[in-house]
Design a protein around this ligand. Structure first.
Ligand SMILES: Nc1ncnc2c1ncn2[C@@H]1O[C@H](COP(=O)(O)OP(=O)(O)OP(=O)(O)O)[C@@H](O)[C@H]1O
Length: 374
């Protein structure tokens, strides 16, 4: 049985003439399995909405193919794709009430009015919009319109559900509650969904796999855990994770028993050759320059570490964020206890070899993550 819900194969999107206009999506290829929830994550302008709109059929594909199951759809109009979409701009029908807007999606399904009403009531309860079902779109708030649009998409029994920033207008507490409910709803029904977001918490909480995009290029397509632990390149490493990964340019040199990373301001990080596996050692010593990355949660304070000076010490209620001047840059540490460090105080900073992410200084591609080659 073919369990592929969606295949995107070498897709390019140009706004304006092909090869000369704005190149919004570049040679994108990805496959989504039935029942998966995928997040397209990236900063503004990275091409995620263009990708979603091409899948839905609202934007023509400049090159490449898009298939739903075994059906190529890139030339079909939206109505013939069997795709349900919740838009950023809501696009509810103004002359219909919220109840009619949500139920409208089931018009073609030949369900009895009683069944439609029951389904609408159930999705409205899930989205906490039961009290506005009789109102018209013009008389409800942006957040309510967004939930109505989401309800209209989720109620459908489509091959694919596309959700564009589905909770962008909602308050944080409501977002957190709805995230859980929406995920449960999608999973319970075995729906396949792609959501666009620039919020990594949302992507991590909802998605089975995250597609990280930047500059129209897919940077990495992996589980949230893999993206965090094994970022494919410097972009993904620094984009995903809060606070962001610390990065430092470094030279690499080896002696008989050691590997030395030389950072700015004469700072050296010395490791024993046995701290790295043979393939990692070989890959590192082939280079003269690399970029070292370490997550703030993985930085340790230790008397025998390299000296940094505290520049910021902030207790956030459940964790401390410390920023230290270190090797010509800033090293951020996250600790679980409240610390009493003074500004300007020297601290010893230790980077365990197992927590080091090493990237190629030219391509930005990952070379190793701790013990393992990337
Ligand atoms: N209709 C258009 N005409 C010309 N350029 C466009 C058009 N729509 C988008 N673009 C450009 O294509 C690129 C990708 O835009 P897209 O909307 O897909 O990004 P995005 O990641 O969804 O951003 P956002 O989160 O801000 O919506 C951007 O450079 C954008 O300016």
């Amino acid at each position: 049985m073919n369990d592929t819900a969606l295949s995107i194969d070498n897709v390019d999107k140009f706004y304006g003439p092909v090869d000369y206009g704005v190149h919004a999506v570049k040679r994108l290829s990805m496959e989504v399995k039935k029942g998966e929830i995928i997040a397209l994550l990236g900063s503004s302008g990275c091409g995620k909405t263009s990708t979603l709109r091409m899948i839905a059929g609202f934007e023509p594909v400049s090159r490449g193919t898009i298939s739903l199951g075994s059906r190529q759809v890139q030339t079909l109009p939206p109505v013939r794709r069997n795709v349900a979409m919740a838009f950023e701009g809501y696009s509810l029908y103004p002359p219909l009430t919220v109840r009619e807007n949500i139920g409208f999606a089931l018009k073609a399904s030949k369900l009895s009015q009683a069944v439609v009403d029951e389904k609408v009531a159930s999705i409205a309860k899930l989205l906490e919009i039961e009290d506005i079902l009789g109102r018209y779109p013009s008389s409800i708030s942006g957040g309510q319109q967004q939930r109505a649009s989401l309800g209209r998409a989720l109620i459908r029994d489509a091959a694919l559900h596309l959700l564009d920033e589905p909770m962008g207008q909602l308050e944080p507490q409501l977002r957190a509650v709805l995230r859980g409910r929406i995920k449960h709803y999608i999973k319970e029904r075995g729906l396949t969904a792609i959501l666009v977001t620039h919020d990594q918490t949302e992507a991590n909480a909802l998605a089975d796999r995250i597609a990280v995009m930047e500059g129209g290029v897919l940077q990495q397509f992996d589980t949230p855990k893999k993206i965090k632990e094994r970022p494919a390149n410097l972009f993904t490493g620094t984009f995903v994770g809060e606070p962001p990964m610390n990065v430092f340019e470094a030279s690499v040199s080896g002696s008989g028993t050691g590997i030395r990373f030389g950072l700015k301001d004469g700072v050296h990080l010395d490791y024993h050759t046995s701290d790295f596996s043979h393939p990692v050692r070989e890959a590192l010593l082939k280079r003269q320059k690399v970029v070292l990355g370490v997550r703030p949660y993985a930085v340790r304070r230790s008397a025998d570490g390299v000296t940094g000076r505290v520049a910021v010490n902030q207790w956030l209620g459940d964790q401390t964020h410390i920023a230290a001047d270190f090797a010509g840059g800033t090293m951020v540490l996250v600790e679980h206890d409240r610390t009493s460090l003074e500004i300007g105080q020297p601290i010893g900073i230790r980077l365990e070899p197992s927590s080091l992410h090493v990237f190629d200084s030219e391509s930005g591609n990952a070379i190793s993550h701790g013990e393992e080659l990337a």
